[in-house]
Design a protein around this ligand. Sequence first.
Ligand code: MG
Length: 347
Amino acid sequence: MRKILHADCDCFYAAVEMRDDPALKDIPLAIGGSADRRGVIATCNYPARKFGVHSAMPTARAMRLCPQLKLLPPDFNKYRDVSRQIQEIFHELTPLVEPLSLDEAYLDVTDVARFRGSATWMARWLKQEVLARTGIVVSVGVAPNKFLAKIASDWDKPDGLFVIPPGEMERFITDLPVKKLHGVGPATARKLEQQGIATCADLRDQPLERLFDQFGKFGQRLHELAQGIDERPVNVTRERKSVSVETTYDRDLPDLARCHQALEVLIAKLGERLTRHGDPAIAKQFVKVRFDDFTSTTQETGACGVVHARFHELLESAWQRGGRPVRLLGVGVRLLPLDRRQLELFP
Ligand SMILES: [Mg+2]
């Protein structure tokens, strides 16, 4: 049985800004693009959330919900520095760290002997050290696999520490609402609920073929997750073939205009990830679209270096193929294989 931690900083960008200027602490604060440039909210603090502001929301809408909202532009250099410090603390515990973004990582602590092998104590130590050394609050989930560890880190947020021991895994999953599963947004949740499927226990009772018929490959994945099966390892040194980010939306994006807007958030996140990978050699750019009827399409094009406007062009042609509401958008780049990269460097 493995021991996996998922560590996730609470409203990271906003937390860094509040740390550096305590006057921001108790007022509604958001980090994002300005409303007059069709910007979106990247992160906001908890006082802002009380007004209904959340990440990925157009800034114009956030300002309507909360007129006194303090808006700051993101300072990625600063966030990267803090992120590096936090990643170093992770690495003091184990070399098996898989960063997912600037403020989030999986750690495989199965073979860590410190703290008498107690993953709970390790999680407690991580929280203490990150707070003491960087002033940032991190929520940690502990579980026997990645998917449950990620749910666990979110369970008690903010400042959470939630443990799903192997012995309680079965009970935890049984009561788990299906909407907590990765990839299940409100639309899918509704679809499942119409068939009387509200929890993972209900999902487990479904014949695999039936789920497969309705949701394709994703149905098979749902079937596995409902049984707590997730064998994905914590990846440390794989050769990356692509870098991408995608989001399943709580509410389907009704039209192309909203898709363009949502794409901006994804492009910003992708930029952040590419920097973390040391701006690798890029062979192609792509955009992925999944419509509300679960059909997916990917549009890609050759590139060397990321061109912002090209993502919007790709979106345009991908969207035309379905021309209907969109439940998931993704942007990414395919990388040159390592040996080809050498050739590019030394032609
Ligand atoms: Mg976070």
